[in-house]
Design a protein around this ligand. Sequence first.
Ligand code: GUN
Length: 295
Amino acid sequence: MTAQIINGNDVAKEIRAELKKEIAELKEKHNLVPGLVTVLVGADPASQVYVGQKERTSENLGIYSERYDLEENTSQEELLKLIDKLNKDPKIHGILVQLPLPKHLNEEEVLYAIDPKKDVDGFHPVNVGKLMIGEPDYLPCTPHGIQQLLMRTGVETKGAEVVVVGRSNIVGKPIANIMLQKKEGANATVTICHTATKDMAFHTKRADILIVAAGKAKAITADMVKEGVVVIDVGVNQIGTTADGKRILSGDVDYDAVKEKAKAITPVPGGVGPMTITMLMMNTVRAAKVAAGLT
Ligand code: GUN
C-alpha cells in the first residue's frame, strides 16, 4: 500500500478561507474585529519566525494584530503588568505569549495570569480542565489542528484505536484528551506511550491512527506499524544541512518506509505544521465572538 499524503497546507488554506469569510461577516454585521496580541520576550530566532508568521496570518485574514517585542532581561513583574493591561483591553480577544520564555521568568505564573477567556493557546489550567471534563472552550492549537486534519480528510475516529506517542502538555496529553471526547471527530480508544513505555512497538502496531510527538527523528520505523495505519507526525527535527546551507528536516516517523505500509500519512514539513497557526486564528475568532456574546 502506498499512502495518501495528508496535505496540511491544503487543509489549512481551506480553513483560512472559511475564517476570512467569517471575519468579514463579523465586521459587516456586528462591527466586530477579532484582535490578537503576540508577546515575544528576547530574540530567539525560531520564536521570531513563528511570531512573524502569526502576525502576517492575522493581518491576511483581517484580524487586528499587535505585537510586543520585549527585551531578554524583562522582569517577571513587567511581563505580568503587560498581561494585566492586555487582559483589560477590549480590542484584544486573544493573548499569545510565545514559549519558551527566557530562563529567569516563571512560565507557569505567566500563563496563569492570562485571562482564560483570552487564552487562545488553551494552556491555562481552566481551559485544560474544561477539556478534561468534555466542555472545552479553547483547544490547544496543534492538537486541534490534528483533529481537523483527520476530520477533513475523512478519517473515521469513532471506535478507532488511537495511539499517541509523547505526553507533553502542548501535544500528547491534549490530543489524547480530544480523541477521548464523546464527540464527532473523536470517540476513540486511546493509548498514550512515553519514555517509560516497556514495549513501544506492541502498542504502535495496534494503532489504527498513530499520532507521534516524541521529539526524536525517525523514532517510529516501518516494523512498528500495521498495514493500513493513518499516521500523524508532529515532530520537526533538523537532521542535517544541505550543501547550500538549508536545513534538512525529518519528522518523528521514518516517512519513506512507513508510507509504504500506511493508508495515509502527514509529511514533514507540510503536514501538521501549517495547521497550528490556522487553529490559533480560529481560536481568536471564537474568543471575539464569545466576548461579543455571539456564541
Ligand atoms: N512555542 C512553540 N509552540 C507554541 C505554541 O503553540 N504556543 C506558544 N505560546 N508558544 C509556542
